[in-house]
Design a protein. Structure first.
Length: 170
């Protein structure tokens, strides 16, 4: 998941972004907003604990790990994007914040990445198949895990089906 430039969007996110057909789009742990910018045709909300200025996005400064309430309580998102970030207690919250027909695009490091450097702490590395387990209630569009030659990652793209079981196009 190393990028030629820190502003370059993840190829995984770019690959699945065309399936997003409505907002709002939530970019979690957005950093400088490299993913928020590619969803500019929708309402975009970007959240990070460090202050950011991201043109075209509403920025919310929040530490998602400090025990504060989820800053988007009651909100539903047409898409949620997460890259290079893992806080396990947030996984069910994200699944619950995805609207019917909404798309989740998630990519982060997994066990084995320690041989490439950071992150190497097991608290920040997914176990094999962990994203599939965490988002098992969603309809998986694509899943990958393994060694890229630069990092060891896990990736999922999934859609939340309608309550009646009918798939709503993302």
């Amino acid at each position: 998941m190393a990028h030629a430039h820190p502003e370059t969007p993840s190829p995984w996110v770019v690959r699945w972004a065309p399936l997003v057909t409505r907002g709002p789009v939530l970019d979690v742990a957005c950093g400088s907003g490299r993913h928020a910018r590619i969803f500019g045709r929708f309402e975009v909300i970007a959240v990070d604990r460090e202050p950011q200025s991201i043109p075209g996005a509403q920025f919310v400064q929040a530490d998602l790990e400090d025990g504060s309430p989820w800053p988007f309580e009651g909100q539903q998102f047409g898409a949620i994007v997460v890259t290079n970030y893992l806080y396990r207690p947030l996984l069910p919250v994200l699944a619950g914040a995805l609207a019917e027909g909404g798309l989740l695009i998630y990519e982060t490091f997994m066990a084995g990445n320690e041989r490439y450097g950071r992150p190497s702490n097991p608290d920040f590395l997914l176990k094999p198949g962990e994203l599939l387990q965490a988002f098992g209630a969603l309809s998986v569009v694509a899943f990958e895990q393994g060694d890229t030659g630069r990092s060891v990652v896990q990736r999922v793209c999934a859609i939340r089906a309608a309550a009646n079981g009918v798939r709503i196009p993302a």
